[in-house]
Write a protein that binds this ligand. Structure first.
Ligand code: GCU
Length: 327
């Protein structure tokens, strides 16, 4: 073998090893969410990823799995707790069966406006209170994302609360949601987010409840031509991290992840304002009618639930008192 050939081979081997070493040194982080790539939460996670990769250079390789590619919210939540997935965005409703204080957000008509709700979920004291048992729960909340206001939408028009009577409406997991639907007089059907499209298509359900984005992002507007502004709940999603993963970080790296979460929150809120208006316009072109209803009739049905829920679940009292101060 001549010298040139030997040098070339050695360079090749060394550079291959070099790549292997640097690849080995990078820690892979998996992020899961169930939304499409134009959704504010996806944009927020891109900002999260960029922040960490810029600040900590080659230390972490961050992979984002949108569209429920890593499983349903319920499944991904289990995987975060055992550190198979490191971060996800998850609705407080999906958390409340494990960490009971998150049920605060399922209380219908807790906030008087989205503005108040947004201020509340961005309050660092609220995040601290929510995360007070994270050592036991296996996950740590790092930031809240707005998910707007939840309203009913269906294949039939809903003008008053009586129109819900005996109709089958999909809700997300969380005990409080079932109690609320019972008070509204409807039949609830607990179902994974990703199953709602097929359930609407095959007439398994008459309608559902969510923010306007699902009409276009999840194409529910193909079947539900009526969206009624009853405004029964404002339920945030939380950017949560695996406790075991976060606790394994150095203080310096942990601080960067926290900064990244705040950056993600800023991006999510900014994108939300823009996307929600665009989605409404897009839904109209799909033939969806937006209906303004008499909110009072809906509110009256469920207001007695506040006291009942506080009694059943004392874990929410502290946050309930905090929320009341925002009014
Ligand atoms: C919202 C929320 C999701 C949640 C969904 C649902 O879209 O952003 O996190 O999964 O509602 O109703 O299941």
């Amino acid at each position: 073998m001549n010298l040139n050939k030997m040098v070339t081979i050695s360079v090749f081997i060394l550079s291959a090893l070099g790549v292997a070493f640097s690849a080995q040194a990078r820690i892979t982080i998996t992020i899961a969410h169930t939304h499409v790539e134009t959704h504010p939460e996806h944009k927020a996670f891109l900002a999260f990823k960029n922040h960490i990769e810029n600040k900590l250079e080659d230390k972490y390789e961050i992979q984002i799995y949108p569209n429920g590619l890593s499983g349903s919210n319920e499944r991904a939540f289990e995987l975060v707790k055992i550190n198979s997935i490191q971060f996800m965005a998850v609705s407080s409703s999906n958390i409340e069966n494990l960490a009971k204080n998150y049920a605060i957000f399922s209380i219908p008509y807790l906030f008087n406006s989205e503005e108040v709700f947004e201020k509340f979920i961005c309050d660092p004291e609220v995040l601290t209170e929510l995360g007070k048992n994270s050592d036991k729960d296996g996950f740590i909340p790092l930031a809240a994302f707005t998910a707007g206001t939840r309203n009913f939408y269906a294949k039939f028009p809903i003008y008053s609360v009586d129109d819900l009577k005996d109709k089958v409406i999909r809700i997300q997991t969380g005990r409080t949601n079932s109690l609320m639907m019972e008070a509204f007089g409807a039949n609830d059907y607990i179902m994974k987010f990703s199953d709602v499209y097929q359930a609407l298509k095959h007439d398994v359900i008459d309608g559902a409840e969510n923010n306007e984005l699902v009409l276009v992002d999840q194409k529910h507007g193909e079947f539900c031509k009526y969206y009624s502004y009853d405004g029964h709940q404002m339920i945030p999603d939380f950017l949560i991290g695996s406790r075991d993963f976060l606790k394994s970080l150095s203080d310096e790296d942990y601080a960067v992840f926290k900064e990244a979460a705040m950056e993600a929150q800023r991006v999510e809120f900014r994108e939300w304002k823009y996307r929600i208006n665009a989605a409404k316009e897009q839904a109209k072109t799909m033939g969806v009618n937006f209906i303004n209803v008499d909110v009072k009739s809906f509110r009256e049905k469920v207001l007695p639930l506040h006291e009942e829920l506080l009694e059943k679940n004392p874990e929410i009292r502290e946050l309930y008192e905090m929320a009341k101060k925002y009014h």
